[in-house]
Design a protein around this ligand. Structure first.
Ligand SMILES: Nc1ncnc2c1ncn2[C@@H]1O[C@H](COP(=O)(O)OP(=O)(O)OP(=O)(O)O)[C@@H](O)[C@H]1O
Ligand SMILES: [Mg+2]
Length: 446
C-alpha cells in the first residue's frame, strides 16, 4: 500500500513537472503571492566566492559525476532539448521566431522613456554603488533614473540600455530601459519624497540631497544631464530570485533554479555581452496578473555593468577571465612566484571613455567567467551552452546595430567599435560551440 501511495505521489510530481507552470497552478494552488525576499550583496558575494565553492569541492556525488563525465542535465527540457513552455523566465524570440531590428529597438516596450517636462522625484537612491533616483512623469508613470560616473560619460547608461534590449531579444524578461536627457530645473520633489540616510533611516527628500546625488554623476557641457530611465516593472515586487534552489512558497517553482535551462544556458549570452555582474541581486520577481491568472514572473534587471562598463568605472582587463576571488589564479601565481602571464595582459584598451573596456580579439569563448561564481553557470553542460550559443548566433549585424544605436553615443567610433566587438565575440562563441563556421555578418540558423 505504502509502495502504491509512493508511486502515485511520484507520478503526480512527474506530471506536474511535465505539464509546466500554468497547469501546476490551476491544479489547485493558492492564488496568493509568495513572501518578499531579499539577498544581501555581501552575503551573496561571500557565499558564492567562499562557502559554496568549499561545499562543491567536498561533495562526493558531484566528484563522482565529474569523474564519470556524467553531469546532471537541465531538468526542464523537452525531447528536442528545448525549454519546456510556457516558462515564466524566458520565451522563444530570436533563434525561434522572426524578431526585426525595429522590434529590438522597441524591446519590452513602449521604449519611449518618461514624458518630457517636469518630473516628481519620489525617492533618492543614496545607498548602493551608483547614485540615482525614482521619478514619476506627468503621465503618472514611474521610473528609476541611473547615471554615468563623471569620467566615463555615456558608459553605464549605454550598457544598461544596449544589453537590456539584447537580453530581451534573447527571450528574457527585462524592464523598458532608455536614454533620457533633462535639466536640473525639470525636477520637483514629491511632497512625500524620501531618501535613506547613512544610518539607514528614512528621511524627507530635500533639494540639497538631490543636488548631492547629481554632484556625483556625469554632466553634459550644456549643463543638462544624461540618464538611463528604467520604467518600473508592473506588479508586486517580491525581491530577487536566486540562481539556485526554489521559492518554496511558490507552487509553480518546481525546478531548482540551477537546473533550469534558461539560467544555465544564459552563460554564453552573458559571455557575449560581458555581463559579469549576473547574480541574484540583479534580478527581480514580480507577482503579476496576465491571461486571467496571477503568477510570479522572473526578470533580469540592472545591466549597467555589462559590455565595457563596471557602472562606476570601466571594466578591468581581467573581467571575464578571473573571478574576484579566483583560487586557480591564486594557486598558479603561488606556484610560479607570480611569473605566469595571463591572456588578458595582452589585451588592447580601445581608449573610448564611453565604451570602457571590452574587446573581441582576446575574448575566450570557452572559459569566460562572471565577477564571482553563479550557481546556475556552475552547473552548465555543453547542451546548455549550445542552446544559448544558438540564440547568440541568431543575432545579425542589423540586430546588433539596432540595439547599439539605442545608446546614442556622441562619438560615432564608439557605436562602430561596439558593433564590431559584439560581432567578433558572437563569431568566437559560434566557432567554439557550434559546428558551423561563421562569416562576418551571416547569422547561424538554428
Ligand atoms: N525597472 C525596475 N522596476 C522595478 N524595480 C526596479 C527596476 N530597476 C531597479 N529596480 C529596483 O531598484 C533596485 C536597484 O536597482 P539596480 O540594481 O538597477 O541599481 P544598482 O545601481 O545596482 O543599485 P544598488 O547598488 O543599490 O543595488 C533593484 O534592486 C530593484 O529593487
Ligand atoms: Mg544592481
Amino acid at each position: 500500500m505504502i509502495h502504491r501511495i509512493g508511486a502515485a505521489c511520484t507520478f503526480a510530481w512527474c506530471v506536474t513537472i511535465a505539464l509546466g507552470p500554468s497547469t501546476a497552478q490551476s491544479a489547485g494552488s493558492r492564488h496568493v503571492p509568495p513572501r518578499t525576499t531579499d539577498i544581501s550583496y555581501y552575503y551573496d558575494l561571500a557565499d558564492n566566492s567562499v562557502f559554496r565553492p568549499i561545499t562543491r569541492v567536498t561533495d562526493p556525488a558531484l566528484g563522482i559525476r565529474k569523474l564519470m563525465r556524467h553531469p546532471r542535465q537541465a531538468l526542464n527540457v523537452d525531447e528536442h532539448d528545448q525549454v519546456r513552455l510556457p516558462s515564466t523566465w524566458w520565451q522563444p524570440r530570436l533563434g525561434y521566431r522572426t524578431v526585426t531590428p525595429q522590434q529590438i529597438k522597441t524591446g519590452p516596450g513602449p521604449g519611449t522613456g518618461p514624458v518630457a517636462g517636469r518630473w516628481k522625484v519620489t525617492r533618492a537612491k543614496t545607498q548602493g554603488v551608483t547614485p540615482g533616483f525614482f521619478i514619476k512623469d506627468q503621465a503618472g508613470e514611474s521610473f528609476i533614473i541611473k547615471f554615468d560616473p563623471p569620467r566615463q560619460a555615456e558608459m553605464a547608461t549605454a550598457a544598461d540600455v544596449v544589453a537590456s534590449h539584447l537580453f530581451w531579444a534573447a527571450g528574457y524578461n527585462v524592464p523598458d530601459n532608455s536614454i533620457v536627457r533633462f535639466q536640473r530645473e525639470d525636477l520637483d520633489i514629491a511632497t512625500d519624497g524620501t531618501f535613506t540616510d547613512e544610518l539607514g533611516r528614512k528621511q524627507p527628500l530635500t533639494q540639497e540631497v538631490l543636488d548631492r546625488v547629481l554632484s556625483r554623476v556625469a554632466q553634459n557641457v550644456d549643463g543638462s544631464y544624461r540618464g538611463m530611465a528604467s520604467r518600473l516593472l508592473k506588479g508586486k515586487p517580491l525581491g530577487p530570485f536566486e540562481y539556485r534552489g526554489r521559492r518554496t512558497d511558490d507552487p509553480e517553482d518546481l525546478v531548482p533554479h540551477e537546473h533550469r535551462r534558461e539560467l544555465r544556458g544564459m552563460w554564453p549570452i552573458c559571455a557575449w555581452v560581458n555581463h559579469a555582474d549576473c547574480r541574484g541581486p540583479n534580478s527581480l520577481d514580480l507577482w503579476v496578473t496576465a491571461g486571467g491568472r496571477s503568477f510570479v514572473r522572473h526578470h533580469l534587471i540592472d545591466f549597467g555593468s555589462c559590455l565595457g562598463s563596471a557602472a562606476v568605472a570601466a571594466r578591468s582587463p581581467q573581467t571575464g577571465s578571473e573571478y574576484f576571488v579566483d583560487y586557480g589564479v591564486i594557486a598558479r601565481s603561488l606556484l610560479t612566484l607570480g611569473l605566469a602571464r595571463s591572456g588578458w595582459e595582452e589585451t588592447v584598451d580601445p581608449e573610448l571613455p564611453s565604451i570602457g573596456f571590452i574587446e573581441g580579439f582576446d575574448f575566450d569563448p570557452g572559459s569566460w567567467r562572471p565577477d564571482y561564481p553563479n550557481p546556475a553557470f556552475d552547473e552548465r553542460t555543453t547542451r546548455d551552452i549550445v542552446w544559448g550559443t544558438r540564440i547568440v548566433a541568431a543575432f545579425t549585424e542589423e540586430h546588433i546595430r539596432a540595439a547599439v544605436e539605442l545608446a546614442h553615443y556622441t562619438d560615432p567610433r564608439a557605436t562602430e567599435y561596439l558593433v564590431q566587438v559584439l560581432i567578433q565575440r558572437r563569431n568566437l562563441l559560434m566557432s567554439r560551440w557550434l559546428s558551423t563556421t561563421p562569416t562576418a555578418t551571416a547569422p547561424f540558423e538554428p
